[in-house]
Design a protein around this ligand. Structure first.
Ligand code: NAD
Ligand code: TYD
Length: 342
């Protein structure tokens, strides 16, 4: 069976591709990726020579390219997206183009060819902040940022295509992922790599925001479980089911990173908060656990392993961080967040 994985050169998509080719000897994978700043062919190096792997450089909003890539594919997993909340505040249009319009273009092409399953990778951020308890798949959507609103728009179009046109679609709403190969703009890889270089670690607001940190390999195995065993037309949350109090607030994550690297607390730099910053996310994963999925990583072990991976793989992240494109973004995002003392 051939699977089309869009956005497969990114963080979670590449993990899914590497794991699928390792686990299923009879499967073949085509990755379609636009190679934006976040797409990196080095993430696919481990499978580059596999005869079952094919790469197409294209935009999911390009109908012709998508139709060609879909030829011979039985399933589609759509990871392709603009994914960073801070960038969605600086340049929201890119999010609407890819996460809404691109997703719709892909849906239309999949409808036209008899695709057996179309899995849309969405986010827990569509629920908005959840101050207590956990979001169930039936909860209302209340996105706060252009990123989460665009992701909500994309998944609603996928679900509408399932109802209206019979597209055999499934939706996964994932919690915050972390692990190897994550672009160093997101909290954990940014703070690890800044700490290695003795650079300040920017903490937004009071640092008391909480995320349901989920190891990328558990996130990818959750997607695999839904793709192969989930019921068409249904939504599944994916996230680390560890108890809330073992999943620390941002400031504690940052301090733990410093501790693991033997760096001083003085590297913490409190900066002006992100607008509309969601205080807490948490999803209820009972439905996914019901499919037999089990996570393999505790956050404590996963964070330590991730810190080690970045320390051992400078050749992967240094070229990204020293590149002009990344430095321009960093200056833009952090320049007007002048540091304030607490
Ligand atoms: P990422 O930013 O690391 O990678 C995104 C990939 O999509 C890149 O390879 C990029 O080149 C590609 N891409 C972007 N626009 C494209 C387009 N128009 N056409 C084709 N390819 C395009 O993202 P990630 O963290 O791996 O996230 C993957 C998916 O999972 C996204 O849909 C995201 O919304 C969702 N998600 C991520 C997280 C997380 O914590 N990272 C949590 C929940 C859900
Ligand atoms: P991020 O990794 O951007 O993921 P998301 O916003 O999608 O949850 O951010 C995770 C948390 O860390 C979020 O509460 C914002 C915070 N954060 C900082 O405090 N400083 C930073 O430099 C970044 C990038 C994020």
């Amino acid at each position: 069976m051939r699977i089309l994985v869009t956005g497969g050169a990114g963080f979670i998509g590449s993990e899914f591709v590497r794991a699928t080719l390792e686990r299923y000897a009879a499967d073949e994978v085509t990755v379609l990726d636009k190679l934006t700043y976040a797409g990196n062919l080095a993430n696919l190096d481990p499978v580059a020579d596999d005869m079952r792997f094919r790469f197409v450089e294209a935009d999911i909003a390009n109908a012709e390219a998508v139709e060609r890539a879909l030829d011979g594919c039985a399933m589609v997993v759509n990871f392709a997206a603009e994914t960073h909340v801070d960038r969605s505040i600086l340049d929201p249009d890119a999010f609407v183009k890819t996460d809404v319009l691109g997703t719709w273009t892909l849906c239309q092409a999949a409808r036209a060819q008899a695709i057996q399953r179309f899995l849309q990778v969405s986010t827990d951020e569509v629920y908005g902040a959840v101050l207590s308890g956990a979001s169930s798949e039936l909860d209302r959507l209340d996105p706060s940022s252009p990123y989460s609103a665009s992701k909500a728009g994309g998944e609603l179009l996928v679900l509408a295509a399932a109802k209206t046109f019979g597209l055999p679609a499934l939706v996964v709403r994932g919690a915050n992922a972390y692990g190897p190969y994550q672009y160093p703009e997101k909290l954990i890889p940014l703070h690890i790599t800044n700490a290695i270089d003795d650079q300040p670690l920017p903490v937004y607001g009071d640092g008391q925001q909480r995320r349901q940190w989920t190891h990328v390999s558990d996130f990818a195995s959750g997607i695999d479980a839904v793709l192969r065993q989930g019921r068409v037309g249904e939504i599944y949350n994916v996230g680390n089911p560890e108890a809330d109090d073992t999943l620390p607030v941002n400031l504690t994550v940052t301090r733990r990173i410093l501790e693991l690297l033997g760096k001083p607390e003085s590297l913490v730099e409190y900066v002006v908060d992100r607008p509309a910053h969601d205080r807490r996310y948490r999803v209820d994963t009972s439905k996914l656990l019901g499919l037999g999925w089990r996570p393999r990583w505790s956050f404590e072990d996963g964070l330590a392993a991730t810190v080690r991976w970045y320390a051992d793989n400078e050749a992967w992240w240094r070229p990204i961080k020293s590149g002009e494109r990344h430095q321009a973004y960093y200056a833009q995002n952090y320049a007007d967040r002048s540091a304030f003392a607490r």
